[in-house]
Design a protein. Structure first.
Lengths: 348, 273, 293
């Protein structure tokens, strides 16, 4: 086990800047998630860590070794691909033991280690099968076992759950977390799904357009987003945004009016999470017309049109106004996030 | 990341080796006939004897033969594209069992050597009174010239998502209309490739014209070239000049379209994705 | 679930191909069988002679030589050609600068019409003036008389066949490109050497295609040497050093007008082809079981 460190890593593909000035330290034994939209550079970061891509600038360190110029084979890392990359003509056992055999480990000893790894992930009964005989979840486990068997310093996982159906994904998430807890390995996990990021990571790194936006525990990233991008990306359904307008002494944001806060820059953007919007049929608050009612089991999403703004509110299952009816919405100023309209930085 | 630097040298060497014969053909054709060979290697002979080309065209009616070859090609290539793509399309759209049987049939037919069929085919055409015509030369085009082309189309059509065809079907398009409006536009690179392959094959076809054509004026380019070689067996510059004239059209056509042909493709599916 | 109209249209689309195969391949094949039992010179009607043709073939020294020559050619040409196609495919399957030009160069000799190709080589291997011997002489090597020495002539024909590997190269390259790149990246991370990856990944996954190529090439090589034999070496030097089966068949059929005899030889050639392909298949099958990763 070892720590992984990116120092000032930049990766360009010709004109395209996939990764810019990337600094990140993954602690020994930590489960760190890289999350962001497509093209944000998360996979690039992972691949540079693996050595599958060369960095344009900067350095990569594993433990106390500078591995920037070291070949992937010698970095002592493992990689799990989104497509699992199982060798179609080899059995499960041969797939798991591939790296061991490639490094000259004798057959007998390899078999022992393969069995251990297979038992860890729960695929010890599949050793004789070929990949085409396995289900998606089973292939995933085999890919994991292969990564574990060599006991590398760092595990790199590139969207390993993206190819699974929704229910299986939830199940495997828990399995992965249990695995990490029992093995205690350093894991760097890439995903575009922010739910996965929040549930799996010890810490979450949010990326956008090659730049690290925020690094911190899931709670921090959710409750204290560093900028507008993180605030809008993390959390589902997404945060509501309104341009802020200062009128007399108060701040008008869409249908809401917040008192006080005189010391604000000229242009602000205000964000309110759907769950922080109070909806009722009384007299207090701004009027809003109910356009769509989405019933999601134990909660309800209301799509509301309040004057010029579209608002999405998350309410309890028992709140079911009629479509077309008018309700009142309110928000607590303490729940509102303020962002500099120019830079996107969160204002405290 | 894979470094490709080390590939350049061996690739370049092999390319040079493989281009050597063509280079020899060109340089040999420009030598003055009758002169002893140079003692030392030279890139291009001096003086450049373009006269060889003149003489080749004088001795043998190469322009006429070129026209004859073009005539055959003009029929064979479009006909091949039609029948091969038709068959390939039908095979791609049929259900598993019949399609599988047809593919197997194609593979077996592909394995049958052409020389094995020379004699009986000749007999058949003789009985039909079609000797000394171009019909036997164009006839293979009716079946797509080669099962290989049919299979190429088959594999390419198979790679088109079936939803596209189903949508067409819902819109009321029959198989022929679907083939023309939906399938063919999606496999342009393959169509080009088959056209070129067929062109190369038909143009250079020596065996069939050899056994079917007797009138000199009907000769195609390969036969004309052979006639040239019997007229002046040892005049290599002359023969090579004729060879260059015979080869140039196909080489040029090939170089022009090779980008469709030699691009990256996964399992014979050139869908430009 | 096809409606009648659809069924009809598919039938129309398949008809030319199927009719063509029947008329141009299936029926001629059957005719060969029939003709092999006759004596036929195209002028008089065929005369049934039973198995006499085969008995004559058995005694025919030239025929036996042809069979030997063809087998020898296959023995050398097929592996070498396959090797060449695979080498090119592995070298040129990735995109790098100029790869298009290299690929074109590999394919270009295949495009040359057979006759021009033959005349070209007639020139190249000319013992006195041809570039090959001139080059060999310049580097102090041997300068065999390609056209008058039997062994040399056979090698000349083999060498000629090594440059026309265009189609095999394309198929091998397509196969190699069909292997997902991630598998190689995984090999990198797992520490597998390039040689290890070649033996354990590339070769096994390319094997089925290579097998098909080998079969096709064997069949093709039984006839590929026809034009060279006809135009370059003329079947010589004596006695019949480069007379291969196709040339034998052609001569007996179209020059000596013994079509029945030629058909019988054709059947033998076909039988030999099938036999060799079958043997190859058996050998590879056995080898594959031993080749466990």
């Amino acid at each position: 086990m070892a720590e992984l460190r990116f120092e000032g890593v930049r990766k360009d593909y010709g004109e395209v800047r996939a990764l810019r000035g990337f600094d990140l330290e993954v602690a020994d034994g930590e489960f760190l998630v890289l999350v962001g939209p497509s093209g944000c550079g998360k996979s690039t970061a992972l691949r540079t860590a693996a050595g599958l891509e060369e960095v344009t600038e900067g350095s990569i360190h594993i433990g106390d070794r500078n591995v920037t110029d070291v070949r992937p084979a010698e970095r002592n890392v493992s990689m799990v691909f989104q497509s699992y990359a199982l060798f179609p003509h080899l059995s499960v056992e041969e797939n798991i033991g591939f790296g061991l055999r490639a490094r000259g480990v004798k057959a007998g000893r390899a078999r022992v280690k393969v069995l251990e790894a297979a038992e860890l992930v729960g695929c010890e009964k599949l050793l004789d099968r070929k990949p085409f005989q396995l289900s998606g979840g089973e292939r995933q486990r085999v890919a994991l076992a292969r990564a574990l068997v060599r006991e590398p310093d760092v595990h790199l996982l590139d969207e390993p759950l993206s190819n699974l159906d929704a229910q299986l994904r939830v199940y495997m998430r828990a399995e992965l977390k249990k695995l990490h807890q029992s093995v205690g390995a350093t894991m760097v996990y890439v995903t575009h799904d922010q739910v996965e990021a929040l549930t799996l990571g010890d810490r979450v790194a949010v990326l956008n357009q090659g730049i690290l936006q925020q690094l911190g525990p899931p709670d921090d990233v959710y409750r204290r987003p560093a900028n507008r991008f993180v605030a809008g990306f993390i959390g589902s359904p997404a945060m509501n945004f309104f341009p802020g307008e200062r009128v007399d002494g108060s701040l008008h944001a869409g249908p809401f009016v917040f008192e006080g806060r005189p010391n604000l820059p000229e242009r602000v953007e205000v964000g309110v999470r759907p769950e922080h919007i109070q909806v009722d049929e009384g007299d207090e608050g701004a009027p809003a017309e109910v356009q769509v009612v989405e019933m999601a089991g134990n909660e309800t999403y209301l799509h509301l049109q309040a004057d010029k703004s579209l608002v999405l509110a998350r309410v309890g299952a028992d709140v079911r106004p009629e479509v077309g009816s008018t309700v009142r919405i309110r928000a607590n100023p303490a729940d509102a996030y303020l962002f500099d309209a120019e830079t996107g930085e969160t204002l405290t | 990341m894979k470094s490709n630097k080390w590939r350049h040298l061996p690739a370049a060497l092999l390319a040079v080796v493989f281009l050597l014969p063509l280079y020899f053909m060109l340089s040999g054709s420009l030598r003055q006939a009758g002169l002893p060979p140079p003692r030392t290697p030279e890139l291009l002979p001096s003086p450049l004897a373009w006269g060889n080309y003149e003489r080749a065209f004088e001795l043998v009616d190469l322009p006429r033969y070129t026209l004859n070859s073009l005539f055959v090609v003009a029929f064979a290539v479009p006909l091949t594209l039609l029948t091969a793509s038709w068959a390939g399309f039908a095979m791609a759209r049929l259900s598993r069992r019949p399609a599988g049987a047809l593919v197997a049939l194609s593979l077996i037919a592909l394995m049958v050597p052409l020389t094995a069929l020379l004699v009986p085919r000749f007999t058949i055409f003789k009985e039909l009174g079609l000797i000394n015509t171009y019909v036997p030369l164009i006839a293979p085009a009716i079946m797509g010239t080669s099962p290989f082309y049919v299979l190429l189309f088959y594999w390419s059509f198979k790679r088109i998502p079936p939803e596209l065809f189903e949508t067409a079907r819902l819109e009321g398009l029959g198989p022929l209309a679907t083939w023309w409006r939906v399938a063919m536009p999606l496999v342009r690179p393959v169509t080009v490739a088959v056209a070129v392959l067929c062109f190369v094959f038909t143009w250079g076809n020596f065996l069939d014209p050899l056994i079917y054509l007797f009138d000199q004026e009907k000769f195609t380019v390969p036969l004309g070239l052979r006639a040239l070689s019997t007229l002046d067996r040892t005049n290599f510059p002359l023969l090579l000049a004729g060879s260059v004239a015979a080869t140039a059209p196909v080489i040029l056509a090939f170089i022009y379209v090779q980008r469709y042909f030699l691009q990256e493709f996964r399992g014979a599916g050139w869908l430009g994705r | 679930m096809l409606r009648d109209r659809e069924r009809r249209e598919y039938a129309v689309m398949l008809a030319p191909y199927l009719i063509g195969i029947a008329v141009l391949i299936a029926i001629p094949a059957l005719v060969t069988f029939a003709l092999a039992l006759t004596e036929y010179d195209l002028i008089r009607s065929p005369r049934f002679v039973g198995l006499q043709n085969f008995r004559d073939l058995w005694d025919d020294e030239i025929f036996r030589t042809s069979v030997r020559n063809s087998l020898m050619f296959i023995l050398f040409a097929v592996p070498l050609r396959l090797l060449g196609a695979v080498a090119f495919a592995l070298l040129l399957h990735r995109k790098f600068r100029g790869v298009g030009a290299y690929r074109t160069s590999a394919y270009l000799p295949t495009v040359v019409p057979d006759v021009a190709y033959a005349l070209l080589w007639l020139w190249i291997i000319n013992p006195l003036y041809g570039p090959l011997n001139l080059a060999l002489d310049a580097i102090g090597g041997p300068t065999p008389s390609w056209l008058t020495d039997p062994r040399a002539a056979q090698w000349a024909v083999i060498i000629m066949s090594l440059f026309v590997i265009g189609e095999g190269f394309i198929v091998a390259m397509a196969t190699r490109q069909g292997i997902p790149g991630e598998l190689y990246e995984l090999g990198d991370v797992e520490g597998a050497s390039p040689l290890f990856m070649f033996w354990r990944l590339t070769l096994p996954l390319m094997a089925p295609t290579l097998l098909l190529l080998m079969f096709r090439d064997t069949i093709f090589s039984f006839q590929a040497n026809f034009v060279p034999a006809l135009l370059v070496t003329g079947g010589g030097p004596a006695p019949y050093a480069t007379t291969y089966l196709p040339l034998f068949i052609y001569r007996n059929g179209f020059e000596y007008l013994r079509y029945g005899y030629a058909s019988a030889a054709t059947l033998v050639m076909f039988g030999l082809t099938a036999l060799i392909v079958y043997l190859q298949w058996r050998i590879v099958k056995r080898w594959r079981h031993a080749f466990v990763v």
